[in-house]
Design a protein. Structure first.
Length: 359
């Protein structure tokens, strides 16, 4: 049963309190002064302490302050006179868990036992909550460590697959086969980019699209540039955070469109620019577009690059109920724009903070 320390300078009250509380099943220790009670608290563990207000030398409030400074101090119930509500309020502000108004008669002892039971129950619930929170923190730490390890292994595996694909491509004599493997390698790299962003972020559910598309643009520009011609791939994206599956979908589409633009919009010895643009289009839609400065559509000339990449884009668009459009660039100049309008469900978009500016 709970072990109670009762601090009161009145010996008669101490004996009565001890007798009545022990009938209720409590174990009771007694202290005749605040100083003695503080000393006992430092030396022994109690489940609850009751402190009387009026005591010579060190009064109840001073004793309460001293008790609160003891490491592992248990809950404290303050005992005060019937006309001293201001004292009770001061005690509660100083850290007492509850208070009891001292009175003459058996009702006081019943109220004391009842209050002790309530305070002990609250303390037990608080300990249970703190224990559960600590277990949850430990569990989260284990899960975060596991997730970090999984992300690290996924990143390594994707890098290994890309290396295998690159090695395989070098052994093939057929240029078209080598080109197909190169595109496969780039598609894997697009997914790896998302994994890398998640691996280095505290949020594994959302991807910062401005950083992601800038990294993707840099990788694609380096991949498609040659000694004879440079491909200047740039990304301009509103700093939005999209759900991971949406980010992967847009990344895959951007990869296909940029690859087509780098390959078909410019000659093999001609420098060229490709632009990736991401912006919001209404509350629940984002628009991704890829632009180039090439010749655009020519009447009567069959479209190029309408193989696996086109089927992949169509499949992604169907899955996400998105609209895909191909059109000339605005402004009267050359060039082509491919764009997709991707609808979003509630919770799939996190807008930037007001301090972030559109770049």
């Amino acid at each position: 049963m709970a072990h109670i320390l009762y601090i009161d300078d009145d010996e008669g009250i101490r004996r009565l309190v001890s007798r009545n509380l022990e009938r209720e099943g409590f174990t009771v220790s007694l202290a005749a002064s605040g100083a003695e009670g503080v000393t006992m608290t430092r030396a022994e563990r109690f489940d609850l302490i009751a402190v009387d207000h009026y005591m010579p030398g060190q009064d109840g409030l001073s004793t309460l302050e001293a008790l609160r400074s003891v490491a592992g101090c248990p809950p404290i119930v303050y005992v005060t006179g019937s006309e001293e509500s201001r004292v009770a309020v001061a005690a509660l502000k100083a850290g007492a868990d509850d208070y009891v108004v001292k009175s003459v008669g058996s009702d006081f002892f019943d109220l004391l036992a009842s209050t002790f039971g309530q305070v002990l129950e609250r303390a037990s619930l608080r300990r249970d909550r703190e224990r559960a929170e600590e277990e949850l923190r430990a569990s989260n730490a284990r899960l975060e460590a596991l997730l970090t390890e999984v992300n690290h292994r996924v990143a390594n595996n994707l890098q290994m697959i890309m290396s295998f694909v690159a090695l395989q491509a070098k052994t093939l004599p057929d240029p078209e086969a080598r080109e197909a493997l190169k595109k496969t390698q780039q598609r894997i790299a697009t997914v790896a980019q998302v994994n890398r962003r998640l691996y280095t972020s505290n949020d594994v559910e959302f991807v910062a699209m401005d950083d992601y598309l800038e990294g993707l643009a840099a990788d694609l520009g380096a991949s498609w540039s040659t000694g004879a011609a440079r491909r200047d791939v740039r990304a301009k994206a509103e700093p939005l955070r999209l759900a991971t599956d949406k980010a992967v979908a847009l990344g895959m589409i951007a990869n296909e469109w940029v690859s087509n633009a780098c390959k078909y919009a410019y000659g093999a010895a001609e420098d060229g620019a490709v632009r990736i643009i991401l912006r919001r289009s209404g509350d629940r839609t984002v628009e991704l577009s890829v632009e180039d400065d090439g010749p655009g559509f020519s009447a009567g000339v069959p479209a190029q690059g309408t193989g696996l990449g086109t089927r992949l884009i169509e499949a992604i668009a169907r899955t996400h109920r998105a609209e895909v459009h191909y059109e000339p660039c605005q402004g009267g100049g050359q060039g082509m724009r491919a764009r997709i309008l991707l609808p979003l469900k509630a919770g799939e978009l996190k807008a930037p903070s007001p301090s972030v500016e559109y770049r």
